[in-house]
Write a protein that binds this ligand. Structure first.
Ligand code: FES
Length: 572
């Protein structure tokens, strides 16, 4: 156990120096008595609340509940606003700003007198961004998930974030619903605070963090407006103070085994393909080994048992009532390393022991999974030497082995303009290709990977076709969409060499993605290929472009994922 003089904050407040006196006088200016904070764990609460972020609307209130817990446990809370990456509004791509938030998190914790941290996030990139930064800093922390919003509702139907918007848009374009029904979907699909409540990136990453041991048990499944969410926030505040005294630092929790638990959880949930990028980046920050092949190997043996959209039928609110993540993890206990330590000081196995499933149609029995295995698949071939990913569970089975002629677009703008052209030579056997949508080309891999199906095919009743890009796709999306093709086309990856009319072969069972063009012809095309000019020459965009790694490496900045120690700041 630490003593008060071992606390990091002691260097700011506890010394008999002029500088320490100055810090105490400014704490007095903030209205604090010395007895409020001296000798107590200072808890930085990183709050990603913003008026532009509907998923974190409740954080203004929740932060008070976290503070209450910190005070009760004898700590001193300090709320620190951090960049709120609102998935829906942040352009050109919120992934660009994940690394920005990670840097901000790490440097806030380093430059101020924090002994421990509560990370308040949930909307897609906020979860990995906060965790990556706090992991690099190395102080004890707990992740406090925003929780999913309530089920959407309109026209007598239950609506899921993203998924039912995409379906509605296709129906509107096919003339199956009218403008009035489309407007009803707009007002009813997101009707409370909280994150997307389908199995999108938010639910995926909040669940992954719980399986990693970074949240209190059960925290990730609680709907944001539920009073139990407020109770969890207070309990999080209490627990972080104990973690500081116990010196329960992230490296004791984030291990190779706990990352395997997180990946297994994502696969059993039918989680978003974004998890591959984020978990690889988080693992590298923690010095753990995780790569695409590990994902694929685990996917081959992990059943998909969460019956949640887009792969399944229900939503996260139903999942909570059915027992939540503890119950799902208890059901796949045999696939987990139950000895892995978690933030409450107990093992994952202890935390999930006895958790019951209350609805077997939401959390399916192992004997009746939605999919025996393969909720994600990693593909390789001459079109993706460093890997690509697809979500077979969310695509039509007849497309899992497919050959078709490529129809290529060089930008999303060209695709948007050309896709509905009646003269476009395309049918349901074609393979739609979008390039220049990767980490540098997008930039930031926008979630464009669910390429739109041409209107004339929609009107024929086609709802899925093979689509390939170096973009990402929202976890709420669906379709036979090959994503994260690496290396990306913008830097000359093989996707840059595809021409309309080439034959492409997708074979998910064989994990293959092949461009059926001779090596000689590809070499000829490569000689003719010219690198496009950089997207940015100044500002954060230029920093991003100069440092970002490819999708298979987690899209972190190489300089940030290094594990070299950084000394504590001098205080004189
Ligand atoms: Fe925030 Fe989906 S928009 S989680």
């Amino acid at each position: 156990m630490k003593k008060p003089e071992d606390l990091r904050s002691h260097r700011w407040f506890g010394r008999d120096t002029m500088r320490s006196f100055n810090h105490r006088s400014r704490m007095a200016q903030l209205g604090n008595a010395e007895s409020d904070y001296r000798g107590k764990p200072v808890i930085a609460i990183l709050n990603t609340w913003s008026e532009i972020n509907p998923c974190h609307m409740h954080f203004r209130q929740r932060v008070e509940e976290v503070k209450r817990g910190v005070w009760q446990a004898g700590g001193f809370p300090l709320e620190m606003p951090a960049m709120s990456i609102a998935e829906i509004f942040s352009k050109p791509s919120p992934l660009m700003y994940r690394n920005f938030l990670a840097m901000e998190t790490e440097e806030l914790l380093r430059s101020y007198p924090a002994d421990g941290a509560v990370l308040m996030g949930g909307c897609d990139k906020t979860t990995p961004g906060l965790v990556m930064g706090a992991t690099s800093m190395g102080l004890p922390f707990i992740f406090m998930p925003a929780g999913p919003m309530l089920r959407g509702s309109a026209g007598g139907k239950t609506l899921g974030s993203g998924t039912d918007m995409f379906k509605g848009w296709a129906q509107l374009r096919a003339g199956e619903i009218d403008q009035g029904e489309w407007q009803d979907i707009m007002s009813g699909i997101a009707r409370s605070p909280g994150t997307c409540m389908t199995m999108g990136t938010a639910a995926t990453m909040m669940s992954a963090c719980e399986a990693l041991g970074l949240t209190l048990p059960g925290a990730s499944s609680i709907p944001a407006p539920d009073s139990r969410h407020a109770q969890m926030a207070t309990a999080t505040g209490k627990r972080i103070v104990e973690m500081v005294w116990e010196d329960l630092v992230p490296t004791k929790i984030m291990t190779d085994a706990s990352f395997v638990n997180a990946v297994t959880c994502v696969l059993a949930m039918g989680g978003s393909t974004n998890a591959l990028i984020h978990l690889i980046a988080m693992a590298r920050r923690a010095g753990c080994s995780l790569d695409l092949d590990r994902f694929d190997a685990l996917a081959r043996t992990t059943p998909l048992i969460a019956n949640i959209r887009p792969a399944g039928k229900y939503l996260m609110e139903d999942f909570f009532y059915a027992g939540g993540l503890r119950a799902l993890l208890e059901r796949i206990r045999g696939k987990l390393d139950t000895a892995a330590l978690t933030v409450n000081g107990r093992t994952l196995g202890e935390n999930i022991a006895g958790a019951k499933v209350f609805d077997d149609d939401v959390i399916l029995p192992l004997a009746k999974p939605l999919l025996e295995s393969g909720s994600l698949a990693v593909l390789r071939g001459n079109l993706a030497p460093d890997g690509a990913v697809i979500k077979p569970a969310a695509s039509e089975a007849h497309l899992h082995k497919h050959r078709g002629k490529a129809v290529v677009f060089d930008s999303y703008d060209a695709l948007a303009k050309g896709i509905d052209d009646p003269a476009l030579d395309i049918d349901e056997t074609s393979v739609l290709v979008l390039r220049n949508a990767g980490p540098l080309g997008g930039p930031g891999m926008p979630e464009w990977g669910q390429l739109p199906i041409p209107k004339k095919l929609l009107q024929k009743g086609v709802r899925d076709m093979v689509r390939i890009s170096d973009a990402r796709m929202s976890g709420t999306s669906f379709g036979a969409c090959v994503l994260h093709v690496s290396p990306e086309s913008f830097i000359g990856g093989p996707l840059a060499l595809v021409q309309t009319g080439d034959t492409i072969e997708l074979d998910i069972p064989a994990r293959r993605l092949q461009l059926l063009v001779s090596d000689e012809e590809l070499a000829r095309r490569r000689k003719e290929w010219k690198a496009p000019p950089p997207r940015y020459t100044r500002g954060y965009g230029a920093i991003f472009s100069q440092n970002v790694t490819q999708a298979n490496e987690g899209c972190d900045f190489a300089v940030l994922s290094r594990r070299d120690p950084i000394p504590e700041p001098d205080i004189y």
